[in-house]
Design a protein around this ligand. Sequence first.
Ligand SMILES: [Zn+2]
Length: 233
Amino acid sequence: MSVVETLYRLQQRDLRLDALRRRKRDIEAAVIEPASVLNSRATAASTLRQVEALQSNLRDADFERQSLNTKIASEEQRLYGGKVSNVKEMTSIESEIQSLRRRLSTLDDRMIETMIALETAQAEQRSAADKLAAIEQRWATHLAGLQQQQRAVEVELGEVETAIADLRATLPSDVLADYDDLRRKKGGRAVAAINRGRCEGCQVALPIANIDRARLGEIALCNNCGRILVAGV
Ligand SMILES: [Zn+2]
């Protein structure tokens, strides 16, 4: 294999390496949990907090209810227990019982409202949890696919890097220096094939002399773009 053919092969692998590195960066950016998952998780957490707050309100209200009932029973015991005979005191106890019953009634109304709100909140929480589970499942599947691609890219990167090192080891250092320099200047393509008498790098028609030299495996440059020409690939 001529030096130019080797350079052409090297370039094919270098281009593949560039593509693999780009792919690796893209995958690394894509494996970060997307906003849709984060938002869905935040919504599920917020609906759960709402349910817990309402449940806590209900427990407090129930505790207050028991306390009011105890007080009412105790006042009724005083009123009807026969120990109080003073009319004024009896009226005062009756008034206290009425007040306690009004508080109890207000509390019952509030508890019913809270129970209705809790049912709504629980339905929202279940719906948010279901949505989150579905979105997490989709993301997990997508992520598994990305991670599989990531492993494949890593494996191929290793193979291509080895192939590049092997090819470079067979080339003279001055040729490699020119090649590397040209690749930097020419968007990664230092070597251009000849296609129907034209340079594939810049599409300009080539002088016959350059084509002949390239055919002989000698280093010939495109007189327009300066790329190394390779024939018969
Ligand atoms: Zn050219």
